[in-house]
Every structure is written in structure tokens, then in C-alpha cells.
Design a protein around this ligand. Structure first.
Ligand SMILES: [Zn+2]
Length: 165
């Protein structure tokens, strides 16, 4: 039995009582959250986001650079008008450098990714500030879109604000 089998089984229960099939495509609360993919972070639960409310764009670290494509679609085609960047304590992105990961990829897979930026960081608060600044400076994000940055604490479940731009 694979995890996929488990998921299919769980989905039967989910779908059996599903009643939200009438939601429109544009997020009701007109907001996009850019969050890390960390398994300990459930942005929807942590921020009170219900189905149909928001776009939650996730990647390793919750990095802005990786999320821009989705943000442009979110804003231009689906009407979101605010961005929240959510990084978290004890992030895996704090644990490696590009050189270390490139060495591991070479050893494990025999592929040369030297020079590629996997967007690791050494300071969570700074990474939030950097990503909010990247979005603020992007010509693809309008100047009147509020952009906030915050850190989720994986030990307490608390979110604390870092910056608003
Ligand atoms: Zn993370």
C-alpha cells in the first residue's frame, strides 16, 4: 500500500460529506499567501483560511522568487489584492548552502547543478524581509498591493509580524 492508496481512502471519507462544490474560482478573501512547504506548517489552519478563501502558494522556504509566476496569475486572472509571505522557525533552508546541496546532488544523482541557486538562507527574519522587498520591487506586483511578512513558530503555533510594505 502506497501513501497514494492511503490518500484515496481518506478522500472517500472527505468526499462523502463534501458540501462546498459551489465555490467560485477567485479566492473570496482576495489574498495570496506565499509559505514554506514545511510539513509542520499548515497555513490554512494557522491563519484561519477556509476552503475558497485564498491562494496558498508553497515552495521550499516560501521564497518569493519561486512564487512570482503564481502571484501574477493569482492577481491578474483571479483578483487577489494582497500578499502575505510566511516563513517559519527551524526551516530546512537554514541547514544547507548551495555548494553543499550541489555536492549532494552530484553524489546522489550524478547531475551537475553547480551555480544554481536553491535559495537557502541563514536568517529567517532576513529572508522574510528580503522576499517582501523582492515582491515590492517587482514590476509584476502593483505598488498598491499590501505585502506583509511574518514568521510562524513551529513550537508554539504563533505567527509574528516581521514587516509590512
Ligand atoms: Zn521551511
Amino acid at each position: 500500500m502506497t501513501r497514494f492508496d492511503e490518500f484515496l481512502q481518506a478522500n472517500e471519507t472527505f468526499a462523502a460529506s463534501f458540501t462546498r462544490g459551489d465555490l467560485p474560482m477567485p479566492p473570496a478573501r482576495k489574498v495570496a499567501v506565499v509559505a514554506c512547504m514545511d510539513a509542520r506548517l499548515h497555513p490554512e489552519k494557522a491563519l484561519g483560511i477556509d476552503i475558497g478563501d485564498a491562494h496558498v502558494i508553497r515552495n521550499a522556504g516560501g521564497r518569493a522568487e519561486d512564487a512570482i509566476r503564481s502571484l501574477v496569475i493569482s492577481q491578474r486572472l483571479l483578483g487577489t489584492q494582497e500578499i502575505v509571505v510566511l516563513h517559519h522557525t527551524d526551516c530546512g533552508m537554514l541547514t544547507f548552502t548551495n555548494e553543499q546541496l550541489a555536492a549532494k546532488v552530484r553524489d546522489d544523482l550524478g547531475v551537475d547543478v553547480a551555480g544554481r541557486d536553491f535559495l537557502p538562507f541563514s536568517d529567517v527574519e532576513q529572508s522574510v524581509r528580503d522576499d517582501v522587498a523582492i515582491l515590492r520591487a517587482s514590476p509584476l506586483i502593483p505598488d498598491d498591493i499590501p505585502i506583509s511578512g511574518a514568521i510562524y513558530d513551529v513550537r508554539t503555533g504563533k505567527v509574528h509580524e516581521v514587516v509590512r510594505a
